[in-house]
Design a binder for this molecule. Sequence first.
Ligand SMILES: C=C(O[C@@H]1C=C(C(=O)O)C=C[C@H]1O)C(=O)O
Length: 290
Amino acid sequence: MQNAPLLMPAADTLAELRDEIDRIDRDMHRLLMERGEIIDRLIAVKRAQGVGCAFRPDREAQMMRALVERHQGLLPLDAVEGVWRVIVSTFTYVQANYSVHADDSGGDAQMRDSARFHFGFTVPYVAHHGAGAVIDAVAASTGDLGILRATGGLSDGAWWMRLVGEGAPKIIARLPFVERPNHPAGLPMFVVARLPADAMAHGVTLYAVGLARWTHALPAAFQTLKGEILASAPHPEGLALLVAAAGDADAQSFAKAMAEAGVEGARVDVIGSHAMRFQLNDARSGVFAP
Ligand SMILES: C=C(O[C@@H]1C=C(C(=O)O)C=C[C@H]1O)C(=O)O
C-alpha cells in the first residue's frame, strides 16, 4: 500500500513519455513528408534545367558537415550521419532514379556496408567485378553512380585512365564526407558519374598522369604542388598515376607546374574533382584537408 503512490506516478510518466515520443515521431514523419513536397518542386526546377543526374556532391558535402557541426546530445554521431545519408540519397533517388554500381573485387561485405550507409536500401545496389566494369556501367547509364576504392587495389591496373576524355564519367565525390577514426562506413571511396560541369564540386582536383617511367623527382614534385599520388600502375605508355591535388588547376597548368617542379613530359588529364576533405578529430571539431 505504502508503495502505491510512488508506483502510480511512474506508470503515468511512462504513458506520458510514450505520448511525447508518439508526438515527436508524428512530427518527424510529417516533416519528412513535407520535405518530399519541396523535392517535388525541386524536380520541376531541375527538369526545366535539363539535368540528368540529381546528385549534387558539393551541396551534400556541405550539408553533412553542417549536420555534424550542429549535432549534440546522446544520439551517436554515426547514427545521425547514417539517418541523413539515407534521407538525402533517397530524396535524390526520387528526384531522378539511379543505381549505385560497386566494385566488389576487394571483398563484397565492406563495399556493400559502405554503399548501404551512404545510399540506403531504396537505391538499387549493383555489384560488379572490377573497376572497369563499374565505369562501363556508369558510362552506359543516364544518371547512375559508381563507387570505387579510393586507394589500393591494383588488380584492375590503371582504371582511372578510363575516366579520360570528355564523354567519360568523372570522379565527383570522395566518401565518407565526414572522415573520422572508427567511422562505421569509413572505407575511402570515389563516386564516379557523369555530371554537368556546373554541378561538379571544387576543392580537390584529380589528375590522370601518364609518364614514360617513374622518376625520383616525382614525390617531391607533387609535394610542391600540394598533390598526392593515390595509385600507380603500368600503362601502355609507361606508367600511369592517379594524383589528387588541392585547387582547380586545369591539365595544362598542372603539366606546366610539374615541369617546373622537375618532371618533364607528363601527359595530364583532369578526371574529376571533389569537395575538400573534412576530417573530424576527437574533440569533434573538423579540419579541411586536400
Ligand atoms: C536537394 C538537392 O538534390 C539532391 C538531394 C538532396 C537532399 O535531398 O537533401 C541534396 C543534394 C542533392 O544531391 C539539391 O540539388 O539541392
